[in-house]
Unconditional design. Structure first.
Length: 202
């Protein structure tokens, strides 16, 4: 069975201010680069067969050292880009409360069904990402695939694979740490198996 190793990219410049980073291409911090190095050390020993990455630079810069260390291909997939946060992109929670309090309240109550103004629904994001991952699983039935992407997209995918409501992703998976690994094994029929959750990079 294919093993999918989900990894959130390393720490970015917006982490300290807790800003929502969707499609904005935010750079890694020095610590984020170190986290990418720790992931590469893991990859050198774990031997993934393939590394998939979101096209955003924070994900690619986290994925590239791991692919190089493992000596395996790195494939950048547009379908693994972060959820589009629309008007919320780049803002803190307090800034959103000032600009669109009702929309923020709706998002907090049901974040997949009620995205920020102009944002992307969770089910739409899952559909585009699953198209990528399902294709890889079908082509590589016994592979270990490292998937470097983003916190919100990965939490939505976890809910989808495990048969949980997408609107519960914030409650069930409050946080995925930078460069931490979460491992699932998709099933042919039924929910996937969760083998590891949020294992630190180093």
């Amino acid at each position: 069975m294919t093993e999918l190793v989900f990894v959130r990219h390393g720490e970015t410049e917006w982490h300290a201010e807790n800003r929502y980073a969707g499609r904005t291409d935010v750079a890694l911090t020095a610590r984020g680069v170190e986290q990418a190095g720790a992931l590469a050390t893991w990859a050198a020993g774990a031997g993934p067969d393939l590394v998939l990455s979101s096209p955003l630079s924070r994900a690619r810069r986290t994925a590239e050292p791991a692919a190089a260390a493992a000596g395996c291909p790195l494939v950048v997939e547009a379908g693994l880009v972060e959820v589009d946060f629309g008007a919320g992109d780049g803002l803190t929670r307090d800034e959103m409360a000032d600009r669109f309090p009702d929309a923020l309240a709706a998002f907090l109550a049901a974040p997949s069904s009620h995205p920020f103004p102009g944002g992307e629904r969770g089910d739409v994001a899952v559909t585009r990402a699953r198209r990528v991952l399902d294709g890889v699983v079908a082509q590589r039935p016994d592979a270990r695939v490292l998937v470097v992407a983003h916190q919100t997209l990965l939490r939505l995918l976890l809910c989808d694979y495990l048969g949980l409501p997408l609107d519960h992703y914030r409650a069930v998976f409050p946080r995925l740490d930078p460069a931490a690994r979460t491992v699932i094994v998709p099933a042919v029929d039924g929910p996937a198996a969760l083998r590891a959750l949020n294992v630190p990079a180093g």
